[in-house]
Design a binder for this molecule. Structure first.
Ligand code: PLP
Length: 404
């Protein structure tokens, strides 16, 4: 026992210093507003089940049946064979050939973390979209690697700026992250852009991480899914991430996957490193893996209904945002987010803080996702029902007007 009364503070690892997750960090501010008696409107989290979207019954039944059969022990580390086969068939339906490895994980999040950890050394760098999903920057920080943002071009419908991407590649670059459809902008990459990014990855021998978790939530096109990057090349080394959270309305099941495609002889060692990472964390949730075949190959009618509702809600958001002086927004072609620009001589954090404190509407500052210096944005989720969105935008408009 020491005699000192001075507290001996435990210092956390430096690698945690830069880890931020604005979508949830903002909740602290929201809790203060709630405690102060504000009626809260949660437009910050991309969880459809918080709103009027419900898990299809057949997906629940498949999981429940697995539990009743006592399929509740550990599963093989890469996933149960039935689920792996279903993901492989889905990948082939999307045009992906030369599949080397499929691994089932605890959400797409874990697939991303395993794939990055098996690839990137401390001090190396990874190109990530700005704006983009903050999980990538968190994982890169954890690996003590360098996050190198490349810009999406707002003037060009938020398409990735391929020249900026090219300029940021050096000898320490290992991978390019692509999020398509994108979170937070809702933009969908053209096939032409995808081809240009593939060429760049092949030229510099980089792995392409293609996050396609919103692939089936598409508007205006009539297409059932966005183009899978890996369907455009058998030569590029691509890991496609996807999962059940968004399109199949089970974010709490924590089921996702990675599909490694490309020339087998060039990917063999990397796949083995991924397998080692899988074994080290034992397995993904077991009974929920039985939901994969049911989801991907069972009744898809909930998707038609979901897209119809979301399209209407997206239209309301666009109409309301573009009618507010000082705000403008690129029309999102997919996912369920808008990323409006704020031109009101105010920082995004000040604008968002005032909206949360004074109106109870929770949105997330653009800086939580990355944005070009000198530009300000916020992200709004268009999952809530029409009347909630209408009311939220009345409040946002009131605060915006106060800056004019
Ligand atoms: N990738 C993107 C682009 C996301 O927006 C999200 C969740 O919001 C994820 C991955 C994580 O998905 P999961 O719930 O499958 O871990």
């Amino acid at each position: 026992m020491g005699t000192t009364t001075k507290p001996r503070v435990i210092q956390p690892a430096r690698r945690t210093a830069e880890i931020k997750y604005a979508v949830r960090d903002i909740v602290v501010l929201a809790d203060e507003a709630k405690a102060a008696g504000k009626q809260m409107m949660y437009l910050n989290i991309g969880d459809p089940n918080l709103f009027d979207f419900k898990t299809p019954q057949h997906i629940i039944d498949a999981t429940h049946e697995a539990m009743c059969r006592n399929d509740t022990g550990y599963s093989p580390s890469s996933g149960i064979p039935e689920a792996i086969a279903a993901v492989e068939r889905e990948a082939k339906r999307k045009g992906i050939e030369s599949i080397n490895h499929v691994f089932i994980t605890s959400g797409a999040s874990e697939a991303i973390e395993l794939a990055m950890t098996a690839l990137v050394n401390a001090g190396e760098n990874v190109l990530t979209p700005s704006p983009g999903y903050p999980l990538y920057t968190a994982v890169i920080s954890k690996l003590e690697a360098e996050n190198r943002p490349y810009y999406l071009d707002e003037e060009n419908g938020w398409q990735p700026d391929v020249e900026d991407m090219r300029a940021k590649i050096d000898e320490n670059t290992r991978a390019i992250v692509l999020i398509n459809p994108n979170n937070p902008t809702g933009s969908v990459c053209s096939d032409e852009t995808l081809r240009a990014i593939i060429d760049l990855a092949i030229e510099h021998n980089l792995v392409l991480f293609s996050d396609e978790i919103y692939d089936k939530l598409l508007y205006d096109t009539g297409k059932s899914a966005s183009t899978s990057t890996a369907s455009l090349s058998t030569e590029a080394k691509i890991i496609t991430f996807n999962g059940l959270s968004k399109s199949y309305l089970v974010p709490g099941f924590r089921i996702g996957w990675g599909v490694v495609s490309g020339p087998p002889e060039e990917l063999e060692e990397y796949c083995e490193a991924i397998r080692k990472m899988e074994r080290a964390r034992v397995c993904a949730n077991h009974p929920e893996q039985y939901a994969i075949t049911a989801a991907l190959e069972g009744d898809q009618s909930h998707l038609t209904d979901m897209i119809q509702r979301l399209e209407r809600r997206r239209d309301i958001c666009m109409e309301r945002i573009n009618a507010i002086e000082g705000l403008s927004c690129v029309n999102p072609g997919g996912a369920f987010y808008c990323f409006p620009k704020v031109d009101l001589n105010v920082s995004d954090t000040e604008f968002v803080t005032r909206i949360i404190r004074e109106t109870g509407v929770i949105i997330v500052p653009g800086s939580g996702f990355g944005q070009r210096p000198g530009t300000e944005h916020f992200r709004v989720v268009f999952l809530p029902q029409e009347e909630v969105l209408e009311q939220a935008f009345q409040n946002i408009e009131r605060i915006a007007q106060s800056y004019r």
